[in-house]
Design a protein around this ligand. Structure first.
Ligand SMILES: [Ca+2]
Ligand SMILES: [Ca+2]
Ligand SMILES: [Zn+2]
Length: 282
């Protein structure tokens, strides 16, 4: 996947050269094409613009470029003509947009001049796809051209010095979400972490207050253990006091904790707050 490789100016020049053997990649003169976007962290659903620019323009009457992108990750949204206005041509979005083709041609009966404008000739809006599981990584775009399709009004090829790119990437990284799942009689308590971009999905089965037998659930077993402990039953003296102490305001394990656990089990409103993660050193 060339998307993840470092696309340097030199690499782009070598790629262009493969299309035309007589093309001198080291020549300083010639027009420069540029791809612009805002490097940084992106997540699914984000939209952003990619600008296609021309500079050092000695005068052209025709230009055609192809903007290649990873269509597994990015989705074409819209495009807009720039400095060449109505003379601009762009991909027919109902047909095909990968690669996205953009350029201009002045070929018309009365138009026999060169255009020396510099600036953005096309702006393409893309969206980070939200209907697919994304591959995280660093992404860029690649602009290619055929040297025979960049020419002046005498239909002579115009030299292109190369293509420049931003010195950064569109980075699609973890978009982490976290929720605490409280233990119940049927659900094992945990801290659930997942990524909105990829398949990362993990559950940390931590200890919770209320889960006195430590099986991950809170049920009538826990209530019974606490009840027997408080009633002084033989073999119930030594229980998990960190788990049994639901009410931290009252450090002792007593009947208040029993009532809180009972009410939580009976789904009383507002009693969730007594079920908490026990720090790992307790
Ligand atoms: Ca339990
Ligand atoms: Ca207590
Ligand atoms: Zn992820």
């Amino acid at each position: 996947m060339f998307w993840k490789k470092i696309i340097s100016l030199a690499a782009a020049a070598v790629m262009s050269c493969a299309v035309c053997s007589s093309f001198d990649v080291y020549a300083a003169a010639g027009i420069t094409l540029s791809v612009g976007f805002e490097p940084g962290q992106y997540k699914k659903g984000d939209t952003f613009s990619v600008t296609l620019d021309i500079s050092n323009n000695s005068g052209i009457a025709g230009l055609k470029t192809m903007l290649d992108y990873d269509s597994d990750v990015f989705e074409y949204v819209a495009s807009e003509a720039g400095i060449f206005g109505d003379l601009t041509f762009m991909s027919d979005v109902s047909y095909k947009v990968d690669p996205f083709i953009a350029g201009f041609t002045s070929i018309g009966e009365d138009d026999e001049r060169n255009y020396t404008d510099n600036g953005t000739f096309c702006t393409v809006t893309f969206k980070v796809k939200d209907d697919v599981r994304l591959k995280e990584g660093d992404f860029s775009f690649e602009l290619t051209y055929n040297p025979n399709e960049i020419f002046d009004c005498d239909i002579k090829n115009v030299k292109v010095a190369g293509v420049t790119y931003p010195s950064g990437y569109i980075t699609i990284g973890h978009d982490l979400k976290e929720e605490t799942v409280l233990p119940t009689g049927s659900t094992r308590g945990c801290i659930h972490r997942w990524c909105e971009n990829c398949d990362l999905d993990e559950r940390d089965y931590v200890r919770f207050t209320g889960d006195i037998d430590g099986n991950g659930y809170i049920g009538s077993r826990d209530l019974l253990i606490l009840k027997r402990h408080l009633a002084g039953w033989k073999n119930y003296a030594d229980i998990d006091t960190a788990a049994a102490n639901l009410d931290p305001v009252n450090p002792a394990v007593n009947t208040k904790d029993l009532i809180l656990l009972k009410r939580y089990l009976a789904n009383w409103k507002g009693y969730d707050k007594y079920i908490n993660v026990i720090p790992s050193d307790e």
